[in-house]
Design a protein around this ligand. Structure first.
Ligand code: GMT
Length: 380
């Protein structure tokens, strides 16, 4: 197949999923064309049948705001036409599904007698639960989702939210996120020279959180949980990532007098290596449709303490792979963390179960699901 993929290239899990999907599809022999405003960050290695098309932005004094959606549409039209693509897969609905819809209509008009391009939209999270509900986007989102030839959501929660929030009657296929269980493997990632002793003393546990530090991730709750855990057991906190909440979080650490135990790592490529030296992953999010970073942790045998929002209970099995608690209940999350970190036998069982659960989301299996879905939509 000849597949166009559009995603946010630099920020967040939807871009990671889209890029890893494209890379795996290319390795399976498909021709994959990424269309975005920058090279997707995970697209670092050269693969023959992967192509990257940058959306060219034109600025004009009249345009106070960049007209990205239109520029993206025009680029999609060009790439489809000159590379004879079969489908465009839009990751994160805003504005990608809308641009793809427009591109399809333009191409229909241009190529009256030839096969029309198919549009597949994958819903990832805040495109549905937060941003998409804003009055400035809602009607366009509903229309663009309804007009897609195929729609997938990364969890059952997100599928149900889409149907109810937008009052849409449409088949939405749940295709969960996936993980490379070979790369995210505790034993092999631990051999790359990222040593626990560089981060913590022998008797200290390492708690970790990775995200883009947006308010929905509740980084300050991460710090509050850690602070309560540290009152009971020796521990360190590693915070990976960067974003709008960082300064406030640093301030809170100073206020709580725990700065020397918290390491802000900034954006990192070697997530698997850091997870491989960690004991517990914290994800107290306010909303989370899937929780890809928790899956990365689980694949590295790191149990997860998370909130019970969104799709998290579909991933993190309470009392097996970690614990879930009500959003904002940092007291309970800290209690769960201490319980797990002080009971070696229980911890071992949870770590093993976390890895087994991650294997359920194995990359090969889930990419098969996408391939079958593409085939189904192309037959329509
Ligand atoms: O929706 C977002 O906040 C952005 C998006 C992203 O690009 O990071 O995150 C969502 O997609 C991820 C990949 O499918 C999911 O693992 C995240 O749970 C989801 N984030 C939220 O729902 C907050």
């Amino acid at each position: 197949m000849k597949i166009g993929i559009t995603c946010y290239p630099t920020y967040g899990g939807s871009g990671v999923v889209a890029t890893e999907l494209g890379k795996t599809l290319a390795m399976r022999g498909h021709e994959v064309h990424f269309i975005s405003y920058a090279m997707p960050s995970r697209l670092s290695t050269y693969v023959g049948n992967i192509f990257y098309h940058e959306v060219e932005m034109y600025s004009y004094p009249l345009f106070d705001f960049p007209l990205y959606s239109i520029a993206l549409t025009s680029k999609m039209v060009e790439v489809v036409k000159f590379n004879e693509l079969d489908l465009i897969h839009a990751h994160y609905a805003i504005p990608h599904a809308t641009s793809a819809y427009l591109a399809r209509e333009i191409l229909k008009n241009e190529r009256k007698n030839s096969r029309t391009i198919k549009i597949i939209t994958t819903l990832h999270g805040t495109d549905i639960t937060l941003v998409g509900l804003e009055p400035s986007f809602l009607a366009t989102m509903k229309f663009s989702i309804e007009q897609s030839d195929g729609v997938t959501a990364v969890s059952n929660f997100l599928k149900e939210k889409t149907l109810s929030n937008y009052q849409i009657e449409k088949d939405i296929e749940v295709i969960p996120n996936f993980i490379d269980t070979v790369k995210y493997n505790r034993a092999s990632a631990a051999q790359t020279g990222c040593f626990k002793k560089n981060f913590a003393a022998g008797n200290e546990k390492i708690l970790i959180h990775t995200s883009n530090f947006r308010p929905v991730k509740r980084i300050r709750d991460v710090v509050k949980i850690f602070s309560k855990v540290r009152e009971k057991i020796p521990a360190r906190l590693i915070l990976v990532g960067d974003g709008p909440e960082r300064s406030e979080t640093e301030r809170l650490c100073r206020e709580l007098g725990i700065s020397e135990f918290v390491k802000f790592m900034g954006k990192q490529d070697s997530i698997a290596e850091l997870l491989a030296i960690s004991d517990l992953f914290l994800m107290p999010s306010q909303t989370e449709s899937f929780g890809l970073s928790a899956l990365e942790a689980m694949s590295c045998e790191v149990p997860v303490i998370s909130s019970s929002v969104g799709g998290l209970p579909e991933l993190n099995v309470h009392g097996e792979t970690g614990y879930i608690a009500e959003f904002g209940d940092t007291e309970r999350m800290a209690k769960y963390a201490v319980e797990l970190l002080t009971n070696e036998k229980k911890y071992g069982l949870f770590a093993k179960a976390a890895r087994e659960r991650a294997e359920f989301f194995n990359e090969d299996k889930i990419v098969d699901m996408y391939e079958r879905f593409y085939e189904k939509i192309l037959m329509k």
